[in-house]
Ligand binder design. Structure first.
Ligand code: GDP
Length: 456
């Protein structure tokens, strides 16, 4: 295990609460805590048994004055979250109590932890791999129970296990090829080639199966993005409100996201949905309106699904037709809203495809809309398969590995020499390693952890 400075941070969120937790990790965690923690029973914290909780006070390092009443636990490395010595101080919640205790910890010798540094240490100390570390942040940011379930499975090592298994098989293949190349006999190269090609086919199937989970996996992690589109007054905001009424998901704001377009999170039977109410997309010379239109267009382009709203009580007009044209072949659901009003809509030769009649005002048809969404993305049946690829970074690595393995197989099948194919197989092995963090550069690892919150 590497030696690191002892770090400290608040692990709970700051605000009025019963308890806050300040976490210390590093070789000196216990010594630092002992300087400022006076136990009620007067025993020395340095002698505290591991995995116990101890009662007393945090005191000022110079004056000895009591700062807060606390419970302090001690986890001896390597059996701790970071695999180092960890001390957790449970003090009173609230900004003043929490920050006073944290400052005292700093005065006693700890340094402020960087974002994600605790989890990064768990990774660098080999307790978890990179995909497990990434799952920790996914658990914290999970948008629905289902998202959380898949993140918990990943943090437990389900994906890592699968990837490690594939990497081991590739390593065996490479060793096998090397032996053959070292003893170059025509026949041997031929039989080895066949065998390697067969094994690659088997591995390629495995990777394809993993990649197949990535569309649903991405949705579980990031949310399915839906853009509501339609001309003014068709009932877009009313529809959004009707959906939010029962299904609003509680999510934490991601810092840095702009809120000039209305964006909300829904939870539809566990599917996290990010829904955007866009402005119109009509042609305009007004500069301000044009900015809005451009922004709506880019939201529409980014969306996984478009919900196109039409008004049952008005005839179709040019603006509706322009939207139909803009949607083109994108995945979409067409709603005829205000079905409670008299029919005036006249498709006028325009093919609207399958439509759903709804009334955003009284909730009619909203369930049908939800079922349609589930059907389009989860075949109507939402369940977490054992191993799911939820992270874009993992998906990209798998795609590249798949490409390299395909190239190797093609080369072997065409009778091109095995040691050339081995170069591609080796590249694939590296791409798989990026998922677990074994072959990822330090810069990229740092970047991944910098997206974490402080205290985790
Ligand atoms: P937006 O401009 O597309 O966002 O439309 P709004 O949601 O603001 O709705 C425009 C008007 O249509 C409002 O007066 C709504 O109350 C009304 N409206 C929306 N949905 C319905 C509906 O299903 N039935 C009826 N009768 N009125 C609706």
């Amino acid at each position: 295990m590497r030696e690191y400075e002892t770090i400290a941070a608040i692990s709970t969120s700051l605000g009025e609460s019963g308890v806050s937790i300040i976490k210390l990790s590093g070789g000196n965690a216990k010594e630092i805590a002992a300087k400022i923690f006076k136990q009620k029973n007067n025993s020395d914290f340095l002698k505290a048994k591991p995995w116990t909780m101890n009662y007393g006070h945090v005191v000022d390092i110079d004056s000895g004055e009591i700062i807060d009443e606390v419970l302090v636990s001690y986890f001896q490395g390597p059996r701790s979250f970071t695999a180092e010595d960890v001390v957790e101080i449970n003090c009173h919640g609230g900004r003043i109590a929490t920050e006073s205790v944290l400052n005292t910890v700093f005065q006693a010798g700890a340094r402020p932890a960087e974002p994600g540094e605790f989890t990064k240490r768990a990774f660098l100390n080999g307790r978890i791999d990179l995909s497990q570390a990434e799952a920790v942040i996914d658990i914290i940011q999970a948008k629905t129970e289902l998202s959380m379930k898949s993140a918990v499975s990943q943090s437990g090592g389900k994906l890592s296990g699968e990837i490690t298994d594939i990497r081991n098989q590739i390593l065996n293949l490479l060793a096998f090829i090397e032996v053959t190349v070292d003893f170059p006999e025509e026949d041997l190269e031929f039989t080895t080639g066949n065998e390697v090609s067969e094994k690659l086919t088997h591995l390629l199937l495995k990777v394809s199966d993993l990649l197949k989970t990535s569309e649903e996996g991405k949705i579980l992690r990031e949310g399915l993005s839906i853009a509501i589109i339609g001309k003014p007054n068709v009932g877009k905001s009313s529809l959004l409100n009707a959906l939010l009424k029962e299904n609003r998901a509680i999510v934490t704001d991601v810092p840095g996201t702009t809120r000039d377009i209305i964006e909300e999170y829904l939870n539809i039977d566990g599917i996290p949905i990010k829904i955007t109410d866009t402005a119109g997309i009509r042609e305009t010379d007004d500069i301000v309106e044009k900015i809005g239109v451009d922004r709506s267009k880019s939201k529409i382009d980014e969306a996984d699904l478009i919900v196109f709203v039409l008004d049952h009580s008005r005839p179709l007009d040019q603006e509706d037709k322009d939207i139909v044209k803009y949607i083109g072949n994108r995945k979409s659901i067409t709603l005829i809203n205000k079905i409670d009003l008299e029919e005036q809509i006249n498709p006028d030769g325009i093919d609207l495809g399958a439509t759903i009649g709804v009334s955003a005002l009284n909730g009619y048809g909203i369930n049908e809309l939800k079922d349609k969404i589930k059907e389009l993305f989860f075949h109507g049946n939402i369940e977490i398969t054992d191993v799911m690829v939820t992270n874009r970074r993992h998906k990209e690595a798998l795609m590249r590995a798949h490409e390299k393995m395909t190239a190797a197989k093609t080369a072997i099948d065409q009778g091109i020499s095995l040691d050339l194919a081995a170069i591609d197989i080796n590249a694939a092995w590296n791409y798989f390693g990026e998922i677990t963090g074994d072959t990822l550069s330090e810069d990229l690892v740092d970047k991944i952890f910098s997206d974490f919150c402080i205290g985790k």
